[in-house]
Structures are given as structure tokens and as C-alpha cells.
Design a protein around this ligand. Structure first.
Ligand SMILES: [Zn+2]
Length: 604
């Protein structure tokens, strides 16, 4: 993950920096015990659940589940890549990051820089024309849509004139070859040879990457030409599925307001921005992707979707909500009454009307419920319930689930127990199909919802409590680690994330500072690790706790083994396989004798 920055340099920067000092530049920290607490900068909350451990140089939010080391924090709060976070921190602590680019990388970087420069030139070309006589009609059009000078400036709107070669001539005069223009999606080749401008007689919207560099354009007609919106073709620099329109402009607003609004089109973002909505981005009319979710989650884990009001918009909103939810976001979906999209709505109703829409936005389950009732009618309860069951079953937070069950029961006018039973049987049936599934995110949510102290944690069962505790102790010092490995081996966690973290820790050679372990793990595991690391180890009876955790895990493993043997025995008896029955009975007998059932109860 470290890219081309040498590990030793990363390590030095990490050791010279202090996570408490870095975090305190963004939020106000208050000391609590060994840790610091703050209101989370990544989700909206009233009581602080964002925890920073100076001892472990890690942070974790028990509200939204994010966590990691100092680099991760900078990546999230500033929207940086890992190498950029390392460089930025390096500059602050006086460690220079050497550039070790290979010739191939340099060539690619050179090509990229040149592309950004050309796109910048083109943007300026269009902008200047919007202010000239030739752009008068375009300007009029924008004014008719109430797009003020400020919005035009912020979003760098421009005008592509009619005619076949205005841009081509402009670029050619600056030494850019037609071949390059075609590659960058600015010109198209004629079958008869030669090229022509791709964008003609359109209002132009530059499209940026998350760092604010122009990587393409969207052009809107002012009349009834088709298509209404014409984008740059997909290419080396312009991948719609990896871009969010307006993100570099909205990131400040997203952080201040605490959530992001996801829209479909750039006109929606520009138009609502002008009315004071500063936290909106657009998915550019493409099917929302995981990459886009990741981009957004660098700034917030709280998203309101405001897609177009038509059937396609409703469907796309549900899909986007599912992707965001599976990525670990809190999602609500807004309904836009009496208008076809956010642009039209805010022009009619202003910011006050907009804020009502946001307040009335509902969680995915409720939204799907509303849509299903519309489609099937209330008399068709089974159909409606079937529609929302997968979403109900996917709700990880117990509080949210309870709320969702109540709402579903109320709408369908059935007992909430009925809904709960349906969810249970749905979960059971789907679990048969995929035992593990994508539960890493849900897992970190479960951990996130428990208290942040080892001794008071109230997890689902004794085994997972013991596993969390054992992992915490194993990471704390070598004496405990050796004892744990001696008693349980190196592979005993049922929780796959714990096992993955444990594997990475053992593979890293154990001697490294723990905060470096984060860089070896993927995002969900970083969250799990941070949630475990910021838990304080109580001052006394630690040896007894370790013993109890080990006993619990051993006991639970033996119990599982025994249950397995008993099931086999029953099957063998049914099949009349006396040989197998005898052998299994012997094994069961041995297992039961070997198990040291503790005299006293374990700590859980
Ligand atoms: Zn949070």
C-alpha cells in the first residue's frame, strides 16, 4: 500500500508525528482517561464518540465506525491519497519524501500533466467565449435558468460556439496535434478524413477530478437538440464511474454540514448551489458505483440521495442507496414533490423548501416500503413485505432495525412480531446460501455499537467478546502474545477480520509500532483494528482476564467440535453404521474427558 515511498521514510514520519496534535487541528479534543474524545468530524453527533489514543497513535469513532492511524485520518479529513497524506505530514514534521518515480511513471505523469493543461486551456477558451458577443445567447439561456454570475464563476461555465473547428484551430495554434485532441475527447474524426469539434453550440460544464483538475466536459443544448447532455467520451482520464461532479467544491460544505447530497446531474448541483446548497455532488447520470461511494466516504458517511423524480430516478436511487449502505454509509432518500429534479424544485421553492425535503428524507427500507405500497397496493401485504425483506435483513444497527420493523408493521398493519419472524426466516435462508457474505462492514458496526471499554463491552456472545479481548491483549505486549499463541495457536479466531489482523501482525514481525499495522490492512479491517486498539485495558486482574478469555475460546471450540461429533453420531446411528458409531462414541468420550470445564464461571 505504501506505493513508491520507502517504508523507512513512512515509519519515520509516523514516529515523528503525534496523532493528538494532528487531530486537534481539526476538532476540539477532551482528555478522558488515557484517551481523548471529540465530536466526530465524519458524522453528525451531539455526544462525542470519536476517540483518539495517544498511546496507540490511533483513532476510532464508535458512532460511525471509522478508524485508523494518523495517515488514515489525514486521508479522510483532507481527501488525500495515501502517498499524499504521507508527503503532507512529512512536510510538517521535517521529513522529506524522496521521489522515486520510474521512467515509465514519469512518462505517464508527464502525459497526465499535459492532459490537465490542455483541458485547462479548453475550459478557459469556453469561459472567455461565454463573455463575448458570440456567447450572448448562451448567457441569456443561463440567466433564464437563474444561474447567477457567482455560480457561473464557481463552476467555471462556458460556451462552445457553433461551427466545426473553432476549438481545433484554437488548440492547433498552441501546438496541440489533432490526434491528441481526439484522444482527449475534444475532437472527433471524420470518415472522410480530418476532424471536427465534439462540442458545438452548447453550454459547457467542466468536470473535475476530486483534486479539482479538469478531466472532461459536459455540454448542454440550449434548445431541443439531441442529446440534451453530451459528455466527454470515456477515456484514460475521464471515467464517469470514478468521478463525482462538484466534489472538490462541495467538500467544504459537506464537512461543515455533516452530510452530502447525491444528485443525478450537474445542472442540479449548480442550480442548488446557487440557492445555498453547498454540500451536493452528482453521479453524472451513470449508475452509481462503489468507487464513487469510496470517493464520497473520504468526506462523510452520511448521505442523502436526491435523484430525479421519474421511475428511472427512483430505481437508480434505490440502487445507489444499497451501494452506499453496503459500503458503510448512513443513507436517506429524498422525495422531490411537484418537480422533476432538484434544479426545478429549488427554483420553485427556494432553500427553505429544499431543507424540508432533506428533513423528510427517509431511510432506504422506508423508501422501498413506500414505493412497494405504491406499486402493489396495501391489500397485497405479502408482495410489499417481500420487496423490503432483503433491506430489513441488511440493517446492521439494532436501533435502526427496531425502528424499521415498527414502521413496516405500522404501514402493513400487522404485528411487529410477524415482521421480525419474516426477517429471521429470510436471514436463515440467505445464510444457507452464503455463510460469510460481505459482513466485514456489518461487523465493524457491531463493534462500533458496543461501549469503548474492554471490561464493560456487551457483545453478542461470550466467544466474540473473548476473541476481541484476546486480540487486544495479543497486540498489547509480547508476553501475552506468546502465552496466547502457546495456548491457542496462530489460527483460532472465528471472526475473519480478527484472524486477518492477527495474521498481519504476526507477519509484520511484531516489533513494529502498532500504528504501522493499519497500512497493511484494508479499510474494513482498519476500522476493526482501531475499535480494538482504543479500548483501554483495565488496571487489575489482567492475567485472570487473559486466562478467562483463553478458557472461553477453548471451551467454545471444544463445544463446537463435540456438537459436530454428536451430529455425526446421530447420522451414523440413523444409517445403522455400527463401525462408525463405535469410533465416534470413542472420540466423543475422549473429547469430553479432555475438556477442562472450569469450576468458576468465566468473566463474560
Ligand atoms: Zn463518526
Amino acid at each position: 500500500m505504501a506505493g513508491r515511498i520507502p517504508d523507512a521514510v513512512i515509519e519515520e514520519i509516523r514516529q515523528r508525528s503525534d496523532i493528538v496534535e494532528v487531530v486537534s487541528r481539526y476538532v476540539r479534543l477532551e482528555k478522558r482517561g488515557k484517551n481523548y474524545l471529540a465530536l466526530c468530524p465524519f458524522h453528525q453527533e451531539k455526544t462525542p464518540s470519536f476517540t483518539v489514543s495517544p498511546e496507540k497513535q490511533a483513532f476510532h469513532c464508535f458512532g460511525c465506525g471509522v478508524g485508523g492511524n494518523v495517515f488514515k485520518f489525514l486521508m479522510m479529513v483532507e481527501g488525500l491519497s495515501f502517498p499524499d497524506a504521507v508527503k503532507s505530514l512529512g512536510a510538517k514534521v521535517g521529513v522529506e519524501v524522496p521521489e522515486e518515480a520510474s521512467p515509465a511513471e514519469l512518462a505517464r505523469q508527464g502525459k497526465k500533466d499535459r492532459a490537465f493543461k490542455i483541458y485547462g486551456l479548453v475550459r478557459d477558451f469556453y469561459r472567455i467565449l461565454l463573455g463575448k458577443d458570440i456567447g450572448a445567447r448562451a448567457l441569456q439561456y443561463l440567466e433564464s435558468r437563474n444561474l447567477s454570475g457567482a455560480a457561473r464563476e464557481t463552476f467555471q461555465l462556458g460556451y462552445a460556439p457553433p461551427g466545426w473547428d473553432n476549438l481545433i484551430k484554437f488548440l492547433a495554434a498552441r501546438g496541440i496535434r489533432e490526434e491528441e485532441m481526439v484522444k482527449l475527447g475534444l475532437a472527433q474524426t471524420r470518415e472522410t478524413g480530418g476532424c471536427y469539434d465534439r462540442f458545438r453550440n452548447r453550454v459547457m460544464f467542466p468536470i473535475w477530478d476530486s483534486q479539482g483538475r479538469v478531466v472532461g466536459f459536459g455540454g448542454r443544448t440550449m434548445g431541443d437538440d439531441n442529446p440534451k447532455y453530451l459528455n466527454s467520451p470515456e477515456g484514460e482520464f475521464f471515467n464517469k464511474g470514478q468521478l463525482l461532479y462538484g466534489l472538490h467544491i462541495a467538500r467544504k460544505g459537506i464537512r461543515e454540514i455533516g452530510y452530502a447530497v447525491l444528485m443525478e446531474g450537474y445542472m442540479d448541483v449548480v442550480s442548488t448551489y446557487q440557492h445555498g446548497v453547498t454540500n451536493a455532488v452528482a453521479s453524472l447520470g451513470t449508475a452509481f458505483t462503489r468507487d464513487q461511494a469510496k470517493l464520497l466516504m473520504a468526506y462523510t458517511h452520511d448521505v442523502v440521495i436526491a435523484y430525479d423524480a421519474d421511475a428511472a430516478g427512483v430505481k437508480a436511487a434505490v440502487r445507489a442507496a444499497e451501494i452506499l449502505q453496503n459500503s458503510g454509509c448512513q443513507v436517506r432518500i429524498a422525495t422531490i414533490p411537484g418537480a422533476k429534479d432538484p434544479d426545478e424544485f429549488i427554483q420553485k421553492n427556494g432553500l427553505a423548501g429544499w431543507q424540508k425535503i432533506i428533513e423528510n428524507a427517509v431511510p432506504l427500507v422506508q423508501y422501498k416500503l413506500m414505493q412497494a405500497v405504491k406499486t402493489y397496493g396495501l391489500q397485497n401485504k405479502r408482495k410489499v413485505l417481500q420487496e423490503v425483506l432483503p433491506n430489513l435483513a441488511a440493517v446492521a444497527s439494532p436501533i435502526e432495525l427496531e425502528e424499521a420493523i415498527k414502521q413496516t408493521a405500522t404501514v402493513l398493519q400487522v404485528n411487529w412480531e410477524t415482521v421480525l419472524e419474516e426477517i429471521k426466516s429470510f436471514r436463515k435462508n440467505t445464510r444457507k446460501i452464503s455463510q460469510i457474505g460481505d459482513n466485514s462492514v456489518k461487523n465493524s458496526h457491531n463493534i462500533a455499537s458496543t461501549s469503548n471499554s474492554l471490561s464493560t463491552a456487551q457483545p453478542r456472545d461470550a466467544r466474540s467478546h473473548a476473541e476481541a479481548g484476546i486480540l487486544r491483549f495479543a497486540l498489547e505486549n509480547k508476553v501475552w502474545l506468546e502465552r496466547i499463541v502457546a495456548e491457542l495457536g496462530r489460527e483460532f479466531f472465528q471472526n475473519r477480520d480478527y484472524q486477518g489482523i492477527f495474521d498481519a501482525y504476526l507477519a509484520s514481525g511484531v516489533e513494529q509500532p502498532l500504528s504501522g499495522l493499519f497500512d497493511l490492512l484494508d479499510e474494513p479491517r482498519q476500522r476493526v483494528l482501531s475499535s480494538i486498539l482504543v479500548q483501554e485495558i483495565p488496571g487489575e486482574n489482567i492475567d485472570q482476564m487473559v486466562t478467562d478469555f483463553i478458557t472461553t475460546i477453548k471451551k467454545s471450540s471444544e463445544k463446537a467440535r463435540l456438537e459436530n461429533l454428536l451430529a455425526q453420531l446421530a447420522a451414523a446411528e440413523r444409517a445403522g453404521d455400527t463401525e462408525k458409531v463405535r469410533s465416534l462414541s470413542r472420540q466423543i468420550h475422549m473429547t469430553m474427558n479432555k475438556t477442562e470445564w472450569p469450576e468458576r464461571g468465566v468473566a463474560t
